[in-house]
Design a protein around this ligand. Sequence first.
Ligand SMILES: [Zn+2]
Length: 253
Amino acid sequence: MAIELKKMLAEINKALRPELFSDYCPNGLQVEGKAVVKHLVSGVTASQRLLDAAIEQGADVIIVHHGYFWRGEDAAITGLKRRRLKTLLDADVSLLAYHLPLDAHSELGNNIQLAQLLGLTPTGELMRQNNQVMGLVCDLSEQISAQTLKQRIALALNRQPLHIEGGESLVSRVALCTGAAQQYIEQAAAAGADVYISGEISEQTVHSALEHGLHYFAAGHHATERYGVKALGDWAAQRFNIQHTFIDIDNPA
Ligand SMILES: [Zn+2]
């Protein structure tokens, strides 16, 4: 089956509501390709490797969490940016990108998808930015050890998290925010979390974890953000009756 690109875009925008967000990049259609879509490929980042793999598999549209045209970057179309855009335009393939709207969405978002993958049920919000939810707080029904949670993360993401052991061995309140959200460890501490899970780590994150007395898990920027775009791709495939392939281009960061 097939759907018009314009119709698909309108439906996805209706679901993710990008107009509600003040973001660092344009959300929605970033590069326009052919008018009709039969095969949607999803991936975390619109890198050259993802573009090449998607086009090889016959993608009409590529949908990602990390697209192009970030605020503050050089606007000139040169070097790797030229190669990526030329790849898309030559193949007549569209690029759709959803950044913050895809972190925050209550069903398809990276945060809720990660929580579900880890068997956690959200009981609150970590914080709000421009009135949009950023991160989740999950109260466990019974205490578990931080080591058990660490094993759960490693198993779910197929990757060992970096663990800063700043808290007690038993934990019951877990806060999480995917990607490069390590600075929100302050909000996690303020929310009374025993654990904060994000993607990346900075030098000062270690001190914050130790001094606030909580566990920090840097579980990978890429690894924590695989699941939103995959869920969005599955949702679109079902809704529009088109083919969907998620391509994981592994990234240790
Ligand atoms: Zn990200």
